[in-house]
Design a protein around this ligand. Structure first.
Ligand code: PGA
Length: 249
């Protein structure tokens, strides 16, 4: 049985004190043992987040990292740096990184490889843009994104991968994919995994949905058979909303 996963992507929001306050309003929350809860604060707050979540079941992940081991990459953060502060999880391929920082399926393949080398768990984001959905090419787009970045992994390396389908047109827009649209794509992704690997892997990979998930729509999305939880942006910045979403999982 796949556990549900609810991950909050805090993006470039909250100063140190605000991040601490948000974490401290989540740590006493006694959520179901069937759910994994993760939060991704900014790099500057990861040390603090790691300390404040000790003894709780809240897991901390980074929002990005560089593919290189070290070197002359001003402003970048390596896997070793994250590991050295106890962070063994990272979001890769978020659509904002693809759109604003030129991340490509190829560059993400390199980041995935580095994360795997460092035994890090990856929340891998992908999804089509609005014009691609309108043109009916969304399945093809998602197939290429996954094939390029992930389908060279071995089945055992896949145990480190959590997928997050995030249609770009639904991120931060208030426009959510319908539960049926999410389910249709998630089922397609499972079929892709089955045809590239096998049924066992198809059944074991967690696939999250992301894009304007709110307390009001979370349950209808999470109740779809192939949706294993969500990657939550805006609504994860409000403790009450995030808790309500966790309870919907
Ligand atoms: P949103 O963001 O929930 O604010 O739409 C989701 C995401 O970017 O992961």
């Amino acid at each position: 049985m796949r556990k549900k996963i609810i991950a909050g992507n805090w993006k470039m929001n909250n100063n140190k004190a605000e991040t601490a306050a948000l974490i401290q309003s989540l740590t006493p929350f006694n959520f179901s043992a069937e759910v994994r809860v993760m939060v991704a604060p900014a790099f500057t707050h990861l040390v603090q987040a790691e300390a404040l979540t000790q003894g709780s079941r809240i897991e901390v992940l980074a929002q990005n990292m560089n593919a290189a081991e070290s070197g002359a990459y001003t402003g970048e953060i390596s896997a070793t740096m994250l590991s050295s502060i106890g962070i063994q999880k990272v979001i890769l391929g978020h659509s904002e990184r693809r759109a604003f920082y030129n991340e490509t399926d190829e560059s993400l393949k390199a980041k995935v490889a580095t994360a795997i080398t460092h035994d890090m768990e990856i929340v891998f984001c992908f999804g089509e843009e609005l014009d691609q959905r309108k043109a009916g090419s969304h399945f093809e787009v998602v197939k290429t994104q996954l094939e390029t970045a992930l389908f060279d992994l071995t089945p055992s390396q896949w145990s480190k991968v959590i997928l997050a389908y995030e249609p770009v047109w639904a991120i931060g827009t208030g426009e959510t994919a319908t539960p049926e649209q999410a389910q249709e794509m998630h089922a397609y992704i499972r079929d892709l995994i089955a045809s590239n690997y096998d049924q066992a892997l198809e059944d074991s990979v967690s696939i999250l949905y992301g894009g304007s998930v709110k307390p009001a729509n979370a349950q209808s999305i999470f109740s779809q058979p192939d949706v294993d939880g969500g990657l939550i942006g805006g609504a994860s910045l409000n403790a009450d909303d995030f808790k309500a979403i966790i309870q919907s999982a």
